[in-house]
Design a protein around this ligand. Structure first.
Ligand code: M6R
Length: 615
């Protein structure tokens, strides 16, 4: 949700800012812009509706000598995507400009107060209110920009990451963080401010991660200082981030999503590496080992997440309840945070988030802490806000996920949840040792299985995509762990192809949704072997007898479900615990190829952003 870049140093700022924005475009792509202060003290702003590519066109032939600047790519919250609402926003006098990610919740009141002081506004954004508030404080108190920023942060309510540039001080940027991510990269003779460290990784691996309430003063040729609204100095900690540029490129694939689907054998290998003792087939999660007592004493686990991570949580519930016999509740983070949840002693809250920045999940973590819970994180982005805000956790280690539709993160989350369940189940002496070893052994072989699955199902997914490109609706069905897999398949299709799709537990069909079935309604059924296989087959018969068109995902060697279905995708036969991972592969590919056939912008679907940092 909006990406911010700032640069101060000795190099030309424009290519660094534009390059950073391109890498941040997954966060929003409604409009883009930048502000520079040139050597003559002149503030220049270029901004436009559309993509970073449009901004690049706008910049052609323009002066790019400035060595300080701020830039932004927008996911609109307040005000439609147009040139005027694009960031940066400039104060009324033209002296200061800022870029903002987040929401100023009390902007209406502040705007009215500023209007009464003679301020007028060009945009309908909350961000323009903030820049004028800072200017107003500075002018009326005759104080420094830093002092004005400190006072302004006491007046605004909401979530924000902001970078401010002042044409009268071209040697300094000011950065503020409150519930929206912001990092400062340290170069040789320069600094890079960004919403995501990955966007400037070609320049540095050393980063300062700002905490909530911190204000950074990033000056040319001087160490970064961090303070608060009350002018208390904060420690400046520098962390190393190991990431290679190739992880941020498409690697010859047409889209990041396709690259990420095909990466899954490798990403799961990385996810599992070092977490199963190969001699004894024992799962070892250091986060559980280091917090053994919490997990031994746990009476209930509450998993909070959003979107795809929530689907992974539903699968995790099956694993944990069956291998640990601990009750598990799964909640949307956005619901949990506002419903006064009951958290008791010995409850553990687990937060799952690929980005580690989802505003609702972060707020749920904070609430769980306030209620005294031990909070465990399952994140992908190293150093992200949720990873840092949780007491302990496990990274899924699948590498940066850039396509808006989550694929490899989902399979990584399910894998970690399975390892977590097995590790806790062993510690508590619940999961039988031979069952645990068998699954651990199968997990070690999973990357190879996924490799074959990809080879096996891709041609099938492509040809089915041709048949169903013009379908208007889809139903996905499954039972047990395959019900969340169905939900995830439906989410993939709707978010990138814009085809309406619903996921249901197969037995629920006859409680209402079966009324939708006719020859125009494709039903994707995950009919892989498990304890409810026969029931799923009966549900397929019910669909079939009402004229529905069935696409069944079945395991190798199946002949029952395969015979009933109109179309079949065969996946390798694996233990039912691993099936959500294997069965997801054709669902990801089906969604991908349908979206491509429809000419959709697969990596940047309309209205969406990869990292949902506003609620
Ligand atoms: O980064 P998170 O895992 O917290 O993100 C949660 C959801 O926003 C995310 O999974 C979203 O639903 C994806 N677009 C799904 O593909």
């Amino acid at each position: 949700m909006c990406g911010i870049v700032g640069y101060i140093g000795t190099k030309s700022a424009v290519p660094i800012l534009v390059g950073g924005l391109k890498r941040l475009e997954y966060r929003g792509y409604d409009s883009a812009g930048l502000a520079l202060v040139q050597g003559n003290g002149k503030m220049i702003v270029h901004k436009c509706k559309g993509r970073v590519a449009d901004l690049e066109k706008l910049l052609e032939g323009k002066d790019s000598s400035a060595t300080i600047g701020i830039a932004h790519t927008r996911w609109a919250t307040h005000g439609e995507p147009n040139d005027c609402n694009a960031h940066p926003h400039i104060s009324q006098s033209g002296r200061i400009a800022l870029v903002h990610n987040g929401i100023i919740e009390n902007y209406r009141i502040l705007k009215e107060a500023l209007k009464a002081q003679g301020y007028s506004f060009n945009s309908t954004t909350d961000s323009e209110v903030l820049v004028n508030l800072i200017e107003h404080i500075q002018k009326s108190n005759n104080c420094t920009l830093l002092e004005a920023v400190q006072q302004a942060t006491k007046q605004v309510i909401g979530a924000y990451a902001v970078v401010i540039i002042d044409r009268e001080n071209p040697n300094q940027l000011i950065a503020i963080r409150q519930s929206s991510p912001l990092v400062i990269g340290i170069g040789n003779d320069d600094y890079f401010i960004s919403s995501d460290a990955a966007s400037v990784i070609e320049y540095t691996h050393d980063f300062i991660y700002l905490n909530d309430g911190e204000i950074a003063i990033v000056g040319r040729n001087e160490p970064v200082r961090i303070t608060t609204a009350d002018n208390n100095s904060c420690r400046v900690d520098v962390s190393k981030l190991q990431l290679s540029i190739s992880q941020l490129e498409k690697g010859g694939h047409a889209h990041f999503m396709l690259k990420e689907i095909f990466e899954q054998p490798n990403t799961l290998h990385d996810c599992i590496r070092g977490r199963i003792d190969k001699a004894t087939y024992t799962p070892v999660l250091s986060g559980v080992r280091d917090n053994r007592k919490h997990f031994l004493d746990a009476r209930r686990l509450i998993i909070v997440a959003c979107g795809t991570s929530w689907h992974a949580a539903l699968i995790g519930k099956h694993f944990i309840e069956s291998f640990c016999r601990i009750p598990v509740e799964v909640d949307y983070a956005s619901e949990f945070r506002y419903r006064n949840p009951i958290i008791e002693a010995n409850d553990i809250v687990i937060a799952i988030s690929q980005s580690g920045e989802t505003a609702d999940t972060l707020a749920a973590v904070e609430l769980a802490h306030r209620c005294g819970a031990f909070v465990y994180g399952i994140c992908n982005a190293v150093g992200s806000s949720i990873a840092r805000a949780t007491d302990s956790g496990t990274y899924i280690h699948v590498g940066p996920e850039i396509g808006v539709a989550s694929t490899k993160a989902f399979t990584g989350q399910v894998t970690v949840l399975l390892l977590l369940a097995l590790t806790i189940g062993r510690e508590r002496g619940i999961v039988p040792e031979d069952r645990c070893k068998q699954i651990a052994k199968d997990l070690l072989g999973l990357p190879q299985v996924l490799d074959s699955a990809l080879k096996q199902v891709t041609p099938e997914a492509k040809s089915l995509a041709k048949i169903f490109t013009y379908a208007h609706n889809f139903i996905y069905m499954g039972r047990g762990v395959n019900y969340p897999t169905a939900l995830e398949g439906a989410l993939k299709l709707k978010e990138i192809s814009y085809i309406h799709a619903e996921g249901y537990p197969a037995a629920e069909m006859k409680h209402g949704p079966i009324a939708l079935i006719d020859a125009e309604m494709p039903c994707v059924v995950i009919a892989t072997p498990d304890s409810t296989y026969d029931k799923t087959v009966s549900n397929m018969e019910e669909i079939k007898s009402r004229g529905g068109k069935i696409v069944a995902v079945v395991a190798e060697g199946d002949n029952l479900a395969a015979e009933i279905a109109d179309y079949v995708i065969v996946v390798p036969r694996v233990d039912e615990c691993l099936m959500p991972i294997v069965a997801s592969i054709p669902l990801q590919l089906l969604a991908y190829y349908i979206a491509v056939n429809k000419g959709r912008d697969v990596d940047k679907p309309r209205n969406l952003a990869k990292s949902v940092t506003v609620e």
